[in-house]
Design a protein around this ligand. Sequence first.
Ligand code: ADP
Ligand code: MG
Length: 504
Amino acid sequence: MLDLSYEPPAPKVIQGAREDWELVIGLEVHAQVASKAKLFSGASTLFGAEPNSNVAFVDAGMPGMLPVINEGCVALAVKTGLGLNAAINLRSAFDRKNYFYPDLPQGYQISQLYHPIVGEGEVLVDMAPGVARRVRIERIHLEQDAGKSIHDMDPTMSFVDLNRTGVALMEIVSRPDIRGPEEAAAYVGKLRQILRYLGTCDGNMQNGNLRADVNVSVCRPGDYEKYQETQDFSHLGTRCEIKNMNSMRFIQAAIEVEARRQIAIIEDGGAVVQETRLFDPDRGETRSMRSKEEAHDYRYFPDPDLLPLEIEQAWVDEIRATLPELPDEKRARFVTEYGMTEYDASVLTAEVENASYFEAVAAEAGDGKMAANWVINELFGRLKKDDRGIAESPVDPAQLAAIVRLIKSDAISGKTAKDVFEIVYTEGGNPETIVEERGLKQVTDTGAIEDAVDRIIADNPAQVEKAQSNPKLAGWFVGQVMKATGGTANPKAVNEIVATKLGL
Ligand code: ADP
Ligand code: MG
């Protein structure tokens, strides 16, 4: 099980600063809901479609069009909340967040400020095998995504693509419980893993389906503890928000440089100004985008086109009944059920497809430990070489299980098994048949081995003499027997027979 009593790693102290500083980080993650239709229209959410081909009148902000809530999106948000151990609010409501942007034709974004659908939850962030830090979730609300302005297609004109306008997002807001760049990346990684297990967001960061606004502040050692005791934010430093990060590497880099920037300002006697900043990965710096806006700047008000969203506990319970086994539970079960290390368990449960593949091999092979070993070392290694995922594996669980069974029954040696694996991987086929047809079966028939040993001893009297005075040289005979049998002789049997025949 996860050890939460463990002392969290010491907060990262910033190198190069004159005094000691600690980092405080809170993330707002925008996760696109894995729905085929948008939040308030029936338009498709398909990625990569012809620009402006997935736009309903309501998405384009046509006068008189009314939003209609997509029940499927609500169900996925509830499922996400349940997966994060969070409170589900049976009554939530939608607000208009007003601002002008060419990619927002309505002139407002429909969001949930005052009454989000999901309340407090948590994510256990893995810091080392079997060791986790608890990051509290403050809330999750449902909101619409905006479209995309395109400025680099023409020297004099800008374009807009509204395909993304109105797509459902879950904004998952953490408490400022994250203490360093690595933890921030690990948090996003764990959240992504849980969402993918749940099937509520595909987690594709490259396509922007999972992106994070990263809030960073710095404080003196001891101040964070005071915040934790009192939940009083005045113990923390002023934060800046770095917008729209969609790479783990950039999240870490941005936190580093932003922390250094803030420390330099404070150490020079200045004060950090709360604002929204952008990370420029090429220059390795953050720069100001706009000063921090407050709720009143957006003139938030309840959307008059939408009734408050009321859901029933029975429906929530129905959704709860569909929750899959989540990563932490699965990993703990793998450790106890198959006797594997925490490390192997976390490798096998990183993606749910990998875990299912492994379990199919283990069941058919009747040996979890060997199955884990073969899946992790041989299969994953080989797939990685070809840059393939488990879904594109040319070897299916039944074939891999057959190879494991052939080793277990001593029909083939571990070394031959690797050759058989390569044949199955590149040519396909049934491992048992391949072993039969290509004569790869391990010879455990001692009669056949004895014949080979006798022959080699008779042909090499000089080697016999040498080996008898120096038993280490018996290895030469073993090598000859293996060669003579095409590597199919059982090495243990060969060793014993050679030793006996040489009188060692
Ligand atoms: P807003 O809605 O104005 O962006 P919130 O209170 O919702 O403000 O906070 C947004 C995010 O900022 C949350 O993830 C929260 O954890 C984080 N946060 C708040 N205070 C700090 C701080 N001092 N340092 C780092 N992160 C912070
Ligand atoms: Mg915010």
